[in-house]
Write a protein that binds this ligand. Structure first.
Ligand code: 13P
Ligand code: SF4
Length: 312
């Protein structure tokens, strides 16, 4: 069997198991192309959370990383949530524990806690508002201006938020190793080589501050779904992309005929790539791996996640 034939066979198997088991397949924009192509819905963290909250399906197969599946379980506790590989973690979510957050809160009494969705359920349970890159600005703006805010765990996203909201935040010094690896030199080089291209930058990137400093009309700081929407709407034929390279597949699919180039081809999230088509099939066939969240933690985390889903 050739590789394309194998993919077609696996797609058929996955879709028929999903129908049989009444499961919806959700995939993040960083998933490998063949997993994106079999999903019922592909999107960013915010879109996937909304989809998980709204679905009528009996089960959700989450093609993404652990904190995303956990968020889906908290939003839909009565549904079965399956993650095809339990090792699909996130270096950013691992950069703060609930104990560290409790300590930070104790040092800053009265501060409101805003956590990026890339956190564990235990950290969310200690949080007032969750946000994603898609609505972080709206979440900060929903909080009274004189209120002190602890923002965690991504420092680059925090610095970007300070710039776009004009607010001072207390920022946790965490980072995503994939986005932190996209350095200012990567975008400088590209600006020289492709001066007419639009530059799409995820706010988790290590080059984001530099991109903001460019401040020109061709630089856009966007969530992954924001990049898709921008690419579809823009008449520009060429775009440089500063985020995990999995998004290129979706950009090419949704905005055909345009040219998309990653500024750094090494920007690959090994956790996202752990989900393969075979593992999605096995997950549906053998009903694994079920994500469970302690009900008391889930109830507290849900308050913060609900605010995230409603805002922006
Ligand atoms: P968004 O898709 O929400 O922009 O998040 C990016 C990311 O790194 C998720 O892990
Ligand atoms: Fe986490 Fe970074 Fe991978 Fe996103 S790209 S899942 S933030 S490690």
């Amino acid at each position: 069997m050739t590789a394309p034939e194998l993919t077609t066979t696996l797609h058929e198997e996955v879709r028929s198991l999903a129908a049989e088991r009444d499961a919806v397949i959700l995939a993040h924009n960083y998933q490998v192309p063949e997993v994106q192509d079999v999903a019922h819905f592909v999107g960013d963290s915010l879109g996937l959370s909304r989809e998980a909250a709204a679905t009528d399906a009996e089960a959700i197969v989450f093609c993404g990383v652990h904190f995303m599946a956990e968020t889906a379980k908290i939003l839909s506790p009565e549904k079965t949530v399956l993650l095809p590989d339990l090792d699909a973690g996130c270096s950013l979510a691992a950069s703060i524990t609930a104990d560290q957050l409790r300590q930070w809160k104790a040092e800053n009494p009265g501060a409101v806690v805003v956590s990026y969705v890339n956190t564990t359920a235990e950290v969310k349970a200690e949080t007032d508002y969750c946000c994603t890159s898609g609505n972080a600005k709206a979440v900060i703006e929903a909080i009274p201006r004189d209120q002190e805010i602890l923002f965690l765990p991504d420092m680059y996203l925090g610095i970007w938020l300070e710039k776009v909201t004009g607010r001072k935040l207390n920022i946790w010094m965490g980072e995503c190793h994939v986005h932190a690896g996209i350095r200012p030199a990567d975008i400088e080089r590209w600006q020289d080589e492709a001066p007419d291209a639009e530059l799409l930058v995820h706010p988790e990137c290590g080059c984001a501050s530099q991109a903001m400093a460019f401040g020109n009309e061709r630089t856009h700081i966007l969530s992954t779904e924001g990049m898709i929407n921008f690419a579809k709407a823009s008449p520009k034929p060429r775009m440089l992309v500063a985020t995990e390279i999995g998004i290129i597949h979706r950009l090419e699919k949704e905005a055909p005929g345009k040219r998309f180039e990653p500024v750094n081809r090494q920007a690959v999230c090994q956790y996202m790539k752990m989900i393969t088509l075979e593992k999605v099939r096995d997950s549906l066939r053998d009903w694994m791996y079920e994500i469970e969240v302690d009900p008391e933690i889930a109830a507290r985390a849900k308050l913060a996640i609900d605010r995230m889903v409603q805002l922006g």
